[in-house]
Design a protein around this ligand. Sequence first.
Ligand code: NAD
Length: 290
Amino acid sequence: MNSGTTIGFVGLGIMGSPMAANLLKAGYAVTGYDVSAERVAQLAALGGKRATGVVDAVAGADVVITMLPDSPQVEEVAPLVIEYGRPNLLYIDMSTIKPETSRRVARQAAAAGVRALDAPVSGGERGAIDGTLSIMVGGAPEDVEEARPVLERLGVTIVHVGPAGAGQTVKAANQLVVGGIYGLVSEAIVLLEASGVNPAAGLDVLAGGLAGSRILELKRHTMVKREFVPGFRIDLHHKDMGIALAAAREAGVSLPLTGQVAQLVAAARAQGHGSLDHSALLKVIERLNA
Ligand code: NAD
């Protein structure tokens, strides 16, 4: 893969837009499509080519990347990528979806001579803008190596974690940990405030000790101030908790804390906070106490 490589990019949302922009900056020719014409126009303003639909984005591309919300959208778009992609196309789905869907897409792709990878990401909008995402990749080793130069423009930590679907399983594990930490940081804030302790000062100490985490580092100030601009929406985290629980069921394991976190995220959604940042889990814990 060199900068003469042509990339078709489908799904130019919060994550896809800056990712496609980074590929343009790296010198790749990027043809973008999104159901939102406004998103496509934004990419065109940066030097990308507008596609009129998925088929148009895929036609002639050496690599196709999809960054879609959920499994149903990938199930709708992937068959078009597979049918209209050039022979031996490298298809990288970077959406967070069910491992089972990724495995099915990989099988259908292989039957049509297309090489598919599942490569979900972690690092949020900031990571997408800065090109510092963590990328967990499932698929054949030689395909991962071929995709690496493109992925290196999008992220810093790029790990081949196993065969098709393995990237999604690692992402599910990531999301259950992230959800759990948000839940516990929320409980810490409620405890500190109810005890008359300044939560900002308290969390500063936690952030520097064994309890320290990237979430405390990046989100403690906005959580204490109750600023919940997304970022990563509760609606998407609800989807990811469903993926984690489905993956656990398929693997035949019991994950009790994941179950509880999934219910808290569901409550945040039911209380009307679906479009807020996932740090708004704090609102649910507060409501349990007010
Ligand atoms: P988003 O909703 O902002 O973007 C998705 C885009 O896909 C939208 O612009 C939408 O119009 C477009 N789209 C939907 N259906 C389409 C179709 N059939 N054809 C073409 N375009 C279509 O979501 P996002 O935050 O960018 O997240 C994308 C994926 O990345 C999700 O799976 C999410 O879970 C994952 N993710 C998000 C973050 C984050 O912080 N936002 C972090 C890591 C992973």
